[in-house]
Design a protein around this ligand. Structure first.
Ligand code: MSP
Length: 514
């Protein structure tokens, strides 16, 4: 008998040079929603997140804070764990690259690459941007505002000359292009795929994969003068968490290759070029898919510490509530595009879609049931064509929703659910159960049953986005926790089930005076 299908999803691991901000919360939120949906849909999910703690950037931040790197990374890594808890993220493992299991995995991967003749010792002379932890060719640089050279990201670069091990990346260009051709869904969205293929067509050079001028990293096996390049170290986290270098048994055998590495658009080159090349060179399977999402700006401005406009997830959640923020981030902007955070847009979504469309619908229906049906699921009579139309609409959503999750089109998923919610609101106005309460209580029971059932199904499919609020809504419909699953969508509410006293789930946001 075969068990549930595995689904392995990862976030990038976050640099611990900085306090977590909305951009970090966004990447993990998208993964959390996917992980929750897949669990709801019966998959055996492993969802990994964590922190990227080695390299020059972190070492410098620790020095600036006047603490040793270990103490510094312990502290900042904890902030990311706290954020994950605060945002109600449901990861199964939190990896830190300073852990022993990770050193073991990195060195195991290095040895495989060495054994296969994919790494050789040479010396590097070229440009390096600490902020990006990336090497750049002269041709990629431009002049910054003060006349000094900068990377395409705007990061300052410095000239580095040192002995270095190299990975034979130049030999992988054609094989990578062939791999993308054979796996058209490997890089999404399509615009990112074009960016990656044109970078490869420009010619790949061998990649420097070790450093000697600082110590904060994983030592190269057999050559303690060198530590591994932080991106080789960081990318390996995805298999460390599966128990690599053990590959024949255990979690690696179950979950690798990963179904999805979610990343931001700034780090697509590392994930779509370097990572599959390292893996293929080591004789390991590349991941199935890389999705690169866009970046948030704040009221039209790039988010940066120097501009003082960093959005702290805590502040946002304290102001609007957790689930409205989770909803907004994935509803407001077509996933994959850049997006702008604005207070007005947040309040509009929260009041218009959560409080009015969904919150009012549930509140109206549940209060009528409490008042007119003895606080129990009503008994439906024969369905009219209007009743059937609504139920068929709701029940017909799931295949499209699955496809939206697999394509990471979260905004379209939510739009499809909201069309159904709007249809339910049109239905409730047209059927006017408050009038039926006086004229035809049997028909009222049918209408309220259809509506309660609609709300149940909607709450289940919205649960991955707003688990806390949807659990409260499902509690009010007395749906048992183990029945909150896609496979139970067709198990309709049982008439006569006693329901708890209804309470509103989505308050309106009211501007404070002054
Ligand atoms: N440590 C590397 C990743 C290594 S993965 C093997 C790294 N870390 S990061 O902390 O700088 O960024 C992590 C993620 O946050 C990236 O996916 C990045 O795109 C995302 N974001 C950072 N700022 C962002 C916005 N303003 N908006 C949206 N996402 C942003 O890169």
């Amino acid at each position: 008998m075969s068990g549930p299908k595995p689904y392995y999803i990862t976030t990038p691991i976050y640099y611990v040079n900085d306090a977590p901000h909305i951009g970090h919360a966004y990447t993990t939120l998208a993964c959390d929603v996917l992980a929750r949906f897949k669990r709801l849909d019966g998959y055996d999910v492993k969802f990994l997140t964590g922190t990227d703690e080695h390299g020059q950037k972190v070492e410098k931040s620790a020095a600036a804070a006047g603490v040793d790197p270990k103490a510094f990374t312990d502290r900042v890594s904890q902030n990311f764990r706290d954020l994950a808890e605060f945002m109600n993220f449901s990861h199964d493992d939190f990896i830190r690259t300073t852990e022993e299991r990770h050193k073991h995995a990195c060195q195991g991967l290095w040895k495989r690459l060495m054994d296969k003749g994919e790494i050789y010792l040479g010396s590097y002379a070229g440009w390096y941007a600490v902020r990006d932890e990336a090497f750049y060719d002269e041709g990629e640089l431009s002049k910054g505002p003060d006349g000094t050279k900068v990377a395409p990201s705007g990061a300052p670069v410095e000239w580095v000359e040192e002995p270095s091990y190299f990975f034979k990346l130049s030999a992988w260009g054609d094989r990578l292009l062939a791999f993308y051709d054979a796996n058209p869904d490997f890089i999404a969205p399509a615009s990112r795929r074009n960016e990656v293929t044109s970078f490869i067509k420009g010619g790949l050079r061998d990649l420097s994969v070790s450093r000697t001028t600082f110590k904060w990293g994983v030592p190269v096996p057999g050559d303690d003068e060198h530590i591994m390049y932080v991106w080789l170290d960081a990318l390996t986290n995805y298999i460390t968490a599966l128990g690599f270098p053990e590959t024949e048994a255990g979690e690696y055998a179950t979950y690798w290759p990963a179904d999805l590495h979610m990343v931001g658009k700034d780090i697509v080159r590392f994930h779509a070029i370097y990572w599959p090349a390292f893996l293929m060179a080591a004789g390991l399977a590349p991941p199935k898919r890389i999705y690169a999402h866009g970046w948030w700006t704040n009221e039209g401005q790039k988010i940066s510490k120097s501009l003082g406009n960093v959005i702290a997830p805590h502040d946002l959640v304290n102001q609007y509530g957790l689930d409205p923020v989770r909803y907004f981030l994935l509803r407001e902007v077509p996933f994959g595009n850049d997006g702008d955070f604005s207070h007005t847009a947040m309040v509009n979504r929260m009041n218009g879609e959560l409080a009015n469309d969904l919150g009012n619908l549930a509140q109206r229906v549940l209060s009528m049931v409490a008042k007119n049906c003895d606080g129990a699921v009503p008994e439906p009579g024969d369905f009219t064509s209007e009743d059937r139309e609504l139920i068929v609409w709701i029940s017909g959503l799931r295949e499209g929703l699955r496809a939206h999750m697999d394509g990471q089109t979260f905004h379209l998923y939510l739009e499809a659910v909201w069309q159904a919610i709007r249809a339910a609101n049109v239905y409730v106005d047209a059927q006017a159960p408050w009038k039926l309460a006086k004229e035809d209580t049997a028909r009222m029971g049918t209408v309220l049953y259809v509506l309660a059932e609609t709300i149940r199904q909607i709450a289940i499919v919205l649960w991955p986005f707003m688990p806390g609020s949807m659990d409260r809504m499902l509690d009010q419909l007395a749906v048992s926790p183990d029945h909150r699953k896609i496979k139970y969508l067709d198990d309709w509410l049982v008439s006569g089930t006693a329901l708890p006293k209804p309470e509103g789930v989505f308050p309106r946001h009211v501007e404070e005076e002054g």
